[in-house]
Write a protein that binds this ligand. Structure first.
Ligand code: NDP
Length: 302
C-alpha cells in the first residue's frame, strides 16, 4: 500500500489562516494584537533561520513581535533581564527563548524564569508538571504538533484539508490504539508519551537501551520516531497501515535533511506518514503561535 502523506506544511498553512481570521476579530475586542517576545542569543545560523521563520509566521497571523537579540557572549543575568522585561510587558503574551543557547549559559535555569502563563514553548517545569497531571493549556510545541498530525490522520478531516478551519480539527480519542514512542527526551519523547496517554492510547516508550526494538515498534498502530539518527527505522519496524510520525531532523554529509525513518520503505507499508522536511517541523512553529494565541485569550478572558 502507498501511505498517505501527512503534510505538516499544508496543515500549518491552514493553522495560519485560521489563526489570522481569529486574531482579526479578537484584536478589535482587546484593542491590541497578540504579542510574541523572541530572545535570540548568539549567532548560530540554524537558530537565526528558525527564529526568522517563527517571526514571519507570527506576522502573517497578525501578531506583533518583540525582539531581544543578545551577543554570543551575553551573561546569564543579561539573558535573565531580557526574559524579565518580557514577563512584565503587557503587550507580550508568549515568550520564546530560542535554544540551543551558547554553552556558558544554563538553559534550564533561564527557562525557569519565564512566566509560565507566557511559556509559548511549553518547556517551563510548571507546564510540564501540569501535562503530567493532565491539566494546563501550554504544551510543548513539537509533541503537540505531532499529536495534531495524528488527529488529522484519524479525524476524517484529511480529505478536506485544503479548506479546513483548524479550530474544527478535533482532539481524537485514541482508545484501543497501541502507540510506540522511540525516544525519551524531555523535549519530545516524554511529553509526547504523556499526550498519547492522556488520549487513552496504550503507550510504550522505547530508547537506546531497549532490546529488540523491531518487535516492539512493529506492533504500533501509531509509531513516533524522535531519535536523531538517519533512517534508523525501516519497514521491518512498521506495522501495515500504521500512522508513522517522524520527528527526526538529521543533516546528512551531502547537506540533505533526513528523518529517523527510511521514508521510501516506510511509505510502502504505513497508512499515514509524515515527510522530512515538511512534516513535524512546520507544525512545531504553528504550535508556538497557537500557544501564544491561547495565552492572549486567557489573559484577556476571551
Ligand atoms: P535527544 O538526543 O535528546 O533524544 C534522543 C532519544 O533517542 C533518546 O531518548 C535516546 O535514548 C533515543 N535513542 C538514541 N539512539 C537510539 C536507538 N538506536 N534506538 C532507540 N532509541 C534511541 O533528541 P531530541 O528528542 O531532542 O530530538 C530527537 C530528534 O528530533 C532529533 O533529530 C531532533 O533534531 C529532532 N527534533 C525535531 C524537531 C522538529 O521541530 N521537527 C524539534 C525537536 C527535535 P536514550 O535516552 O537512552 O539516550
Amino acid at each position: 500500500m502507498a501511505a498517505i502523506i501527512l503534510d505538516g506544511k499544508k496543515l500549518a498553512a491552514r493553522i495560519e489562516s485560521s489563526i489570522q481570521e481569529k486574531v482579526s476579530k479578537l484584536q478589535t475586542i482587546v484593542g491590541r494584537a497578540p504579542g510574541l517576545g523572541v530572545i535570540l542569543v548568539g549567532d548560530n545560523p540554524a537558530s537565526h533561520v528558525y527564529v526568522a521563520n517563527k517571526e514571519k509566521f507570527a506576522a502573517r497571523c497578525g501578531f506583533k513581535t518583540f525582539d531581544a537579540r543578545l551577543s554570543k557572549d551575553a551573561s546569564q543575568s543579561e539573558v535573565a533581564a531580557a526574559i524579565q522585561s518580557f514577563n512584565v510587558n503587557k503587550n507580550v503574551d508568549g515568550i520564546l527563548l530560542q535554544l540551543p543557547l551558547p554553552a556558558h549559559l544554563n538553559s534550564n535555569a533561564l527557562l525557569d524564569l519565564i512566566d509560565p502563563k507566557k511559556d509559548a514553548d511549553g518547556l517551563h517545569p510548571v507546564n510540564q508538571g501540569l501535562l503530567m497531571r493532565g491539566e494546563g493549556v501550554l504544551r510543548s510545541c513539537t509533541p503537540l504538533g505531532s499529536m495534531r498530525l495524528i488527529d488529522l490522520a484519524l479525524s476524517g478531516k484529511y480529505s478536506g484539508l485544503d479548506n479546513l478551519n483548524y479550530f474544527d480539527l478535533p482532539y481524537v480519542d485514541l482508545s484501543g490504539k497501541n502507540a510506540v514512542v522511540v525516544g525519551r527526551s524531555i523535549l519530545v519523547g516524554k511529553p509526547l508519551s504523556l499526550m498519547l496517554l492522556e488520549r487513552n492510547a496504550t503507550v510504550t516508550i522505547a530508547h537506546s537501551k531497549t532490546p529488540n526494538l523491531e518487535a516492539i515498534a512493529s506492533k504500533a498502530d501509531i509509531l513516533v520516531a524522535a531519535i536523531g539518527k538517519v533512517e534508523i527505522l525501516n519497514s521491518s519496524h512498521i506495522k501495515t497501515g500504521a500512522i508513522v510520525v517522524d520527528v527526526g531532523i538529521n543533516r546528512t554529509a551531502d547537506g540533505k535533511l533526513k528523518g529517523d525513518v527510511n521514508f521510501a520503505e516506510a511509505a510502502g507499508k504505513a497508512g499515514y506518514i509524515t515527510p522530512v522536511p515538511g512534516g513535524v517541523g512546520p507544525m512545531t512553529i504553528a504550535m508556538l503561535i497557537e500557544n501564544t494565541l491561547r495565552s492572549y485569550q486567557s489573559t484577556n478572558n476571551i
